[in-house]
Design a protein around this ligand. Structure first.
Ligand code: 8YV
Length: 312
């Protein structure tokens, strides 16, 4: 008998193929009435596979009381209620490390694309505007200052890449790390004031909500660029839009938003803003590796083996 699991949303195709092969999978997102869908499954379902965006709340855990593992297709588990999981003896796993390079690559791509007007340049050529004149000038990367908010695995990978582009690197986080070669700035507003680019690489969740406040973005200022590849919740999005509109913030390049897939439409009209559909980890190799961890963690759990990448 294959263990039964609930899958909350679609994953990488090969991951779904493996899940179907190894487990009996119930697809929650396809159900018009979720409560009615879950009720008869409750006694049988022993696990949940979920995405970073959907996560799992206490209500889902209560609807599936025999699901004692939540295998999350993401490194960021801010959408999983970890306290509720702990209280119910539910294990939670994520997908760290395998996505670090790709997310850091996208962060650097956004820094470069914003500074060197890559997306605008493309629009300029396509619109036939080159025939009428020159695109305006961009900003030099080498010698500029990059501030990283959150120096975890992804933040450090961004710093390593930025060094190769001859950027000066500063970082801020809840506490300094002794073994780190980049300059720690204990105050986020002070760091924002000093840097040309502020890249958000911190976890999401209540502890970091709106950490990039209006005051932080004002300190970054009309010459500064905000890049976010972490979670939309870390940035006060309303203040971001207002400051961009008022030209009190120079530019933004965003892969994540507070209410995905909804993006404030005011941003659509701004030439100094680059918008991405939360695709930091979205390469074939990385999504396949993330999916493998989702599957392997579930298999380990059902076989009584140690979890590969436990969070709780
Ligand atoms: C995914 C992510 O895009 O790992 C994370 O924390 O946000 C991303 O890798 C997302 O979880 C896809 O479901």
């Amino acid at each position: 008998m294959k263990p039964e699991i609930v899958l909350t949303g679609p994953m990488y195709p090969d991951t779904m193929r493996q899940l179907d092969e190894k487990f009996t999978v119930h697809r929650l997102w396809q159900a018009p009435d979720k409560k009615a869908f879950l009720a008869p499954l409750a006694p049988r379902v022993r696990g949940i596979a979920t995405t970073g965006g959907i996560g799992a709340d206490a209500a889902l855990m209560d609807a599936l009381p025999n699901a004692k593992i939540i295998s999350c297709f993401a490194v960021g588990v801010d959408a999983v209620d970890l306290e509720a999981a702990k209280a119910r003896g539910v294990r939670v796993t994520n997908t760290p490390d395998v996505l670090t390079d790709c997310v850091a690559d996208l962060a650097i791509a956004l820094v470069l694309a914003s500074a060197r007007l890559v997306v605008r340049g493309d629009r300029f050529v396509r619109a036939g505007k080159w025939l009428e004149g020159q695109l305006e000038y961009g900003r030099k990367i080498g010698g500029s200052k990059l501030g990283i908010l959150g120096l975890g695995r992804i933040g450090a990978a961004i710093a390593e890449r930025a060094e190769a582009f001859k950027m000066e690197i500063l970082w801020h986080g809840p506490r300094p790390k002794p073994a780190v070669r980049w300059r720690y700035v204990p105050d986020l507003i002070a760091m924002a004031r000093e840097v040309d680019f502020l890249v958000v690489a911190s976890p999401g969740g209540a502890a970091t909500r709106h950490l990039v406040s209006r005051a932080v973005m004002e300190a970054l200022g009309p010459e500064g660029t905000l890049v976010n590849i972490a979670r939309g919740s870390v940035v006060d999005e309303r203040a971001l839009v207002e400051l961009l509109e008022a030209k009190k913030l120079g530019a933004a390049a965003l892969d994540v938003f507070e209410n995905e897939p909804h993006v404030p439409e005011a941003l659509f009209r701004m030439e100094n803003v680059i918008l991405q559909p939360h695709q930091g980890s979205a390469t074939h190799a990385t999504r396949a590796a993330m999916g493998q961890l989702v599957v392997d963690n579930l298999e380990a759990f059902f076989a009584g083996r140690p979890l590969l990448t436990p969070v709780v």
